[in-house]
Design a protein around this ligand. Structure first.
Ligand code: UDP
Length: 370
């Protein structure tokens, strides 16, 4: 079965349209996977919020647009929050459309980190799979994922072991990593450039620590990303000498990689258990070493001393010291790591292998594991 061509319906994130940046790393992950699966010859239908735009090279896919209000992102709600579905929400409409088209597809692959699509897993005839994009940020989501991933383990995949460790799982989790269109990232192998930081500008991403490192070194920090929380961004700026932060805005990948490639290092300072850390691998793909907290996905992706430095979480002084040693890192090794472990092709192959294995379990053993 492994070589058969599948018809798959993909459900996009309900947090903003693709291209807006509101969906964070899920947007790029989805685009890479679409391209990788199309290149493998699979038939894809993507159900996504209106105005979603796929990058060039995704021409082999059919897009179904759905209109409605964005979901609030779970990481910005209280841990104990109840499930929220706004009036006229896009999420149920994405599901309506996906379940209708899914009747004639082999499987539905859900990218939405939300309660409703996951809860539906045993209640619909379509074969639902979930690529979980976050660690534990909410009690109701953690409980649901644990319950269903323990009953239907083949239907869930995670990006890293560190992410999956947030959930109490009976079986070893399926880990698919992530993938990038590496032809888009052109290493420049410069060593004397500024420091960089990229990501959504929101408290869980910890920009303030990277800014503090740059300030202690008397350096500039180039910052790319959507300002999700403007008052948070302003308070960080006010805490360091003016000129420390250089806001570069939210750029499309082509431009981001060009600017990122001029940096001597990317600083990555998450305050939460980052599921993967797309920007970490994007920097490596540009031949830029990453200095990160040894926490979540980045702690699993970076080989300290080889592709960057890992320091204990929240230890700004050690990050300053590690940043001084960045030129000990061979920038070609960074690029090599991305090619070996994070290619678009490899990611698509791992995902299709997971889905194929899950579909086989369904036919041979339709009873949920207890
Ligand atoms: N990003 C971008 N342009 C920018 C800054 C960031 O396209 O100017 C994208 C980046 O490519 C990455 C995403 O924003 O895919 C951030 O994802 P990450 O996994 O690092 O964090 P998340 O937002 O998912 O928590």
């Amino acid at each position: 079965m492994a070589s058969s061509k599948r018809k798959l319906v993909l459900i996009s994130t309900p947090i903003g349209h693709i291209g807006s940046g509101a969906g964070g790393g899920v947007e790029l992950t989805l685009c890479s996977l679409v391209k990788g699966l199309v290149e493998l010859g699979h038939e894809l239908i993507l159900v996504a919020p209106k105005e979603s735009k796929l990058p060039k090279g995704c021409s082999g896919i059919h897009l179904e647009y759905v209109e409605g209000l964005d979901q609030p992102s779970w990481q910005h709600l209280e841990q104990s929050s109840s499930v929220v579905i706004p009036p006229d929400a896009v999420l149920p409409k994405l599901l309506d459309k996906a379940l209708e088209i899914g009747k004639t597809a082999d499987a539905i692959l859900n990218f939405s980190y939300d309660w409703l699509p996951i809860w539906l897993t045993p209640h619909v005839e379509c074969e639902l799979f979930h690529l979980i994009s976050m660690g534990d940020v909410s009690i109701v989501m953690k409980n649901l994922i644990e319950d269903l991933a323990n009953s239907f383990p083949s239907r869930f995949a995670f990006h890293t072991y560190r992410q999956a460790s947030d959930y109490s799982l009976v079986q070893d989790p399926v880990i698919v990593g992530n993938g990038f269109d590496l032809a888009k990232y052109q290493p420049q192998f410069l060593t004397g450039g500024p420091l960089g930081w990229a990501g959504r500008i929101a408290p869980e991403k910890g920009l303030e620590d990277a800014v503090e490192v740059a300030a202690q070194l008397g350096d500039r920090l180039l910052v790319w990303g959507v300002k999700e929380d403007c008052s948070y961004a302003s308070s960080i700026e006010a805490s360091v000498p003016s000129g420390t932060i250089e806001w570069r805005g939210f750029l499309p990948t082509d431009q981001l990689q060009k600017e990122l490639g001029t940096c001597r290092a990317l600083l990555n300072t998450p305050k939460w258990n980052e599921a993967y850390g797309n920007v970490v691998v994007e920097a490596l793909a540009c031949g830029v070493p990453v200095i990160a907290y040894d926490r979540g996905g980045p702690g699993e992706l970076i080989t300290s001393g080889k592709t960057g430095w890992l320091v204990p979480p929240n230890d700004i002084d050690l990050m300053v010291e590690a940043t001084k040693r960045v030129n000990e890192i061979d920038r070609q090794e960074c690029r090599n790591w991305a090619k070996t472990f994070a290619s678009q092709e490899g990611f698509a192959e791992r995902v299709i292998e997971w889905i194929n294995a899950g579909l086989e379990i369904k036919t041979s053993n339709p009873t949920p594991l207890s």
